[in-house]
Design a protein around this ligand. Structure first.
Ligand code: TYM
Length: 335
């Protein structure tokens, strides 16, 4: 992330370790992280501080954090080139989040759709962390002076609030934070549930047939696609009202690089059975190499922990500069 002679733009993004990520996480975000990492100064984190806004089992959270870290390497991120770390290992995130909390309005947070959704699904635990979650996310981004944040469409509102907070802070104190732009891919930014294609694919879906986990085996992937909801038209074409087929076409397009038109032609005169098998195979082709690498990395957890340690040290060093600047501006006593 440190600039050399030629100043590269910066990207940062994070993912919560609240379960094995889905095909939606992969196509909407992770795939773009991997393809963008080369051209930018990049930092990527496993956002475990965010995960505890919903109650977690400690041993499971620890395991999932390590697995998520291994997956980040498995999708092709290189710890020599990108800063790859676990959020709770870097103290600046919670520190800047506190400061930014004091520059964020209650009304702004109340409008966040994810907060409204999650307070319904976790009605027994609507904690203050869940409410101020977007402020922590703003801290994640602003600490690294990110120019771009590669995310899926569901995180766009959170990014907008991060921009608002940064603009407000800069308006008072001068140029402290870079104003980040979202990077949302043209395709795959909103992969839908295979069972309810008007809902986004989510790892916390109670119906496991609704999502493809990045670690699902071949048979499971085929079975889930066979069960995917389509429609009664039996024609592969992208059109309004054909949510299930549109979603499958999008997935196929992301996994093969074919355009929607090419896909319509390819399956002209063929039924949904053939189409679903082809989609399943394209997903297997994309996920299998990632899974093989994941299995290798998980055999060497010492290596993973070593990378996480180095990543955290680098992240701490870089983010500390921004935190120090913000603390000074706010008026905290310096030693
Ligand atoms: P999370 O962990 O829910 O998801 C990680 C990334 O995956 C994207 N995504 C999807 N994209 C397409 N289709 C889907 N069905 C789908 N589901 C998820 C998300 O948009 C996200 O980009 N708050 C964030 C994590 C976070 C973060 C940050 C992101 C914490 N700090 C700073 C960016 C910058 C979250 O819960 O993502």
């Amino acid at each position: 992330m440190e600039n050399t002679a030629e100043k590269k733009q910066k990207i940062l993004s994070c993912i919560q370790p609240s379960g094995i990520p889905t095909l939606g996480n992969y196509l909407g975000a992770l795939k773009n992280w991997a393809s963008m990492a080369d051209g930018y100064d990049s930092a990527f984190a496993v956002a475990d501080l965010h995960s505890i806004t919903v109650r977690q089992e400690p041993a499971k959270l620890r395991k999932q954090t390590l697995e998520m870290y291994a997956l980040l390497l498995s999708i092709g991120l290189n710890p020599e080139e990108s800063i790859i770390f676990v959020q709770s290992h870097v103290t600046t995130h919670a520190q800047l989040a506190w400061i930014l909390n004091c520059y964020t309005q209650f009304g702004e947070m109340s409008r966040m759709t994810q907060f409204k959704d999650k307070s319904q699904t976790h009605a027994d635990n609507v904690n203050v962390g869940l409410f101020s979650y977007p402020v922590l996310m703003a801290a994640d981004i602003l600490l690294y002076q990110a120019d771009y944040v590669p995310i899926g469409a569901d995180q766009k509102q959170h990014l907008e609030i991060a921009r608002d907070i940064a603009n407000r802070f800069n308006g008072i104190y001068g140029n402290v934070f870079t104003i980040p732009e979202p990077y949302i891919g043209k395709q795959g930014a909103r992969v839908m549930s295979l069972q309810e294609p008007t809902k986004k694919m989510s790892k916390s879906d109670a119906n496991v047939n609704g999502f493809i986990s990045m670690l699902d085996d071949k048979d499971t992937i085929v079975r889930k696609f066979k069960k995917a909801v389509t429609d009664s038209e039996a024609k592969v074409r992208y059109a309004e009202g054909k949510d299930g087929v549109n979603n499958l076409m999008t997935i196929y397009s992301c996994c093969t690089g074919k355009t929607l038109e090419e896909i319509e032609k390819e399956f002209d005169g063929k039924g949904y059975g053939d189409f679903k098998m082809a989609v399943a195979q394209s997903v297997i082709d994309v996920l299998e190499p990632v899974q093989n690498k994941f299995n290798d990395y998980m055999k060497n957890t010492d290596y993973l922990k070593d990378c996480a340690k180095k990543g955290a040290e680098m992240a701490q060093r870089i983010s500390q500069r921004t935190l120090d600047k913000a603390m000074k501006k706010v008026g905290f006593m310096q030693l």
